[in-house]
Design a protein around this ligand. Structure first.
Ligand code: HEM
Length: 428
């Protein structure tokens, strides 16, 4: 206990000082009080944890990882220069927390907030308590936690930088029934994790620390298979029972990098990408009335294993030219026929999550947090969505109720201890 307190106090002070100097600016009142006031005591708890573990701050994590069996419970590492949560495996649970900047959050305060978040993100993802964490035990097991920071147009403007034209609301589509409460926001945190408790803690910490700088715009929660329920890498199913995510560029491939990441210099260049989040309600009641073959025809892939209805296994391409009795096997209205790229470059990386509200009805009941990453949403996402809005059998049971676009900055070239944070390129 004495050792833990000593290490903790030292850790708390050192951490606070490093962060303060990294910020190069005094934090706003609420935040600095939070840091200064409780860092020492939280540092005690933190130090105790770190001391107990002997290394790394998570008791037992080394042996778990070493055994290999739970290796997947440790956050996967993104490629250099990129934030996690894009090319890393999605966790089982997701929280998308969106903020509206307070009127007084100018460039200096924005920078201070992002630096604070950057420090928190590094700590939470490695199982170390944030400064001032009053429940450090809740964060001990990162469980593949990834936290991605994304910014909307207004946040870029507040930083004093002019935003690229693509960082703007998407055009409206005739299938849309958009609700403002799921609309554009200034700052987005995407958290994904295999453990809902770790996730709840991380989300709560980030919410608390953000309060002096921004108000809540909305929160959207989603899920995929629980880790361990299926073999790792199994394509997820959505709440219509469909295998969803088959035809997707593979992270780590050259194709993935070309589709997802931007290139060139400057803040909106290499290592950065765009995130489109569309909240799409799925009508489970009317879907229930459709027979199995009609459901498969609506997409062009089977429900059993996601293989093409023209034959083959999940990984096989759907044969759009196949005919039976003079008629195309894959109908004109089939989702995959319509979603297929019509021109080079019209590709996106889909990485969505299901949402389910068992007690709700109508568009609240269930759906898909459709999330896609692409270098340019106007050139890549828009043409696909425009085509699907014109004709897609799935429109019969699905309704977009929310839509927003964000810029995902590159990872910082510096650690938080050295003053780096996602989005620091805006302040260079
Ligand atoms: C609730 C709404 C949606 C559902 C239930 C859904 C479901 C599916 C399913 C089951 C597949 C086939 C398996 C796969 O390759 O993943 C698929 C493919 C695809 N979807 Fe969707 N989808 C939805 C919305 C969208 C939206 C909004 C877009 C983009 C604007 C989109 C773009 C695509 C693309 C690009 C493919 C791959 C097509 C191919 O090349 O084969 N989907 N979707």
């Amino acid at each position: 206990m004495a050792t833990g307190a000593a290490v903790g106090a030292a850790g708390g002070v050192a951490g606070g000082a490093a962060l303060a100097s990294a910020l190069g600016t005094s934090l706003p009142d609420g935040a600095s009080a939070g840091l200064g006031g409780s860092a020492a005591s939280a540092g005690g708890a933190a130090g105790g944890t770190a001391g107990g573990a002997g290394a790394g701050g998570v008791p037992g994590s080394a042996s778990l990882v070493g055994s290999g069996g739970l290796g997947a419970a440790v956050a996967a590492t993104p490629a250099a220069g990129r934030q996690p949560g894009v090319d890393t495996p999605p966790g089982a649970h997701a929280v998308y927390r969106a903020f509206a900047l307070r009127a007084g959050t100018d460039a200096t305060r924005l920078r201070g907030w992002l630096a604070l978040l950057g420090d928190d993100i590094e700590r939470l993802m490695s199982g170390r308590p944030v400064l001032g964490d009053v429940e450090p035990e809740l964060g001990e097991a990162p469980a593949s936690l990834t936290i991605t920071l994304a910014l909307g147009r207004e946040a870029v403007r507040r930083a004093g930088v002019s935003a690229p034209a693509w960082l703007a609301p998407l055009p409206s589509y005739k299938i849309d029934a958009l609700e403002e409460r799921w609309g554009e926001a200034d700052v987005l945190l995407q958290l994904t994790c295999d453990d809902p408790l770790t996730l709840a803690h991380a989300d709560r910490v980030l919410q608390r620390e953000s309060a002096p700088f921004a108000t809540l715009a909305w929160v959207q929660e989603g899920f995929r298979y629980a880790r361990g329920a299926r073999a790792d890498g199994t394509t997820m199913r959505n709440l219509f029972g469909q295998v969803d995510g088959t035809s997707n560029p593979a992270p780590g491939s050259e194709e993935f990098d070309a589709i997802v990441y931007r290139s060139g210099d400057g803040p909106f260049g290499a290592g950065s990408t765009s995130l489109v989040l569309r909240r799409i309600a799925m009508d489970l009641d009317t879907w229930d009335e459709v027979d199995r073959s009609a459901r498969e025809d609506a997409v062009g892939r089977t429900l059993k294993d996601g293989g093409p209805i023209t034959g083959g296994a999940e990984a096989d391409e759907v044969d759009l030219a196949a005919e039976q009795g003079g008629w195309p096997v894959v109908a004109d209205f089939a989702h995959v026929r319509r979603a297929r790229p019509a021109a080079a470059g019209e590709k996106i990386y889909r990485r969505g999550f299901n949402y389910n509200n068992p007690g709700a009805s109508g568009s609240e009941r269930a759906g898909l947090l459709f999330v896609s990453f692409q270098a340019d949403p106007v050139k890549q996402f828009h043409p696909i969505q425009a085509r699907l809005a014109e004709l897609d059998m799935l429109n019969e049971w699905t309704t977009p109720v929310g839509s927003c676009v964000f810029w995902v900055p590159p990872a910082s070239s510096r650690s938080a201890a050295d003053g780096g944070f996602p989005g620091d390129v805006l302040f260079a």
